[in-house]
Write a protein that binds this ligand. Sequence first.
Ligand code: PNS
Length: 166
Amino acid sequence: MTRPNPTIALYPGSFDPITRGHEDIVRRGLRVADRIIVAVAHTSTQSKRGLFSVDERVELISEVFDDEDRIEAMGFRGLLVDFAAAQGAHLVLRGLRAVSDFEYELQMAQMNQELNADIETLFLVPEVSNSFISSSLVREVAALGGDVSSFVSPSVLERLLAKLDG
Ligand code: PNS
């Protein structure tokens, strides 16, 4: 397989909401890709109750990466590999925080490989200080009144607190 130029990578996920851990992975991704599409899935493999709508998540991600025009956010329906192909992306980025992530990630990467052999999954590792952050814990801690200000960007924090208030 030849390396496409420019390299477009997809960073897919639920991002409900985007955390500092996700931000870390996206910015690391710019070391291997020229452009990154942060792709918010309407359908997630692990069933989750959503807090933000997909449109709100896309909006939050766009705000977080307002300073970087190589990063854009989009929502998608259907299969990840189909969306990647439609966007001309041959690279899928995923973050690996701990061994516990590995089985789920390996299974998805291999399924995607089976569905479209032209798409490679690349795993990136966040900084240690971001390793324990997950959107679900951020939602839970914030809902119970805990301080999550160091786990999400200020614009996400503001929208999160407003959402939980209303
Ligand atoms: O952040 P998440 O919820 O772990 O991300 C999972 C995600 C969205 C990447 C995965 O569920 C996905 O790719 N959904 C799109 C539908 C799809 O292609 N399913 C088959 C995956 S092997």
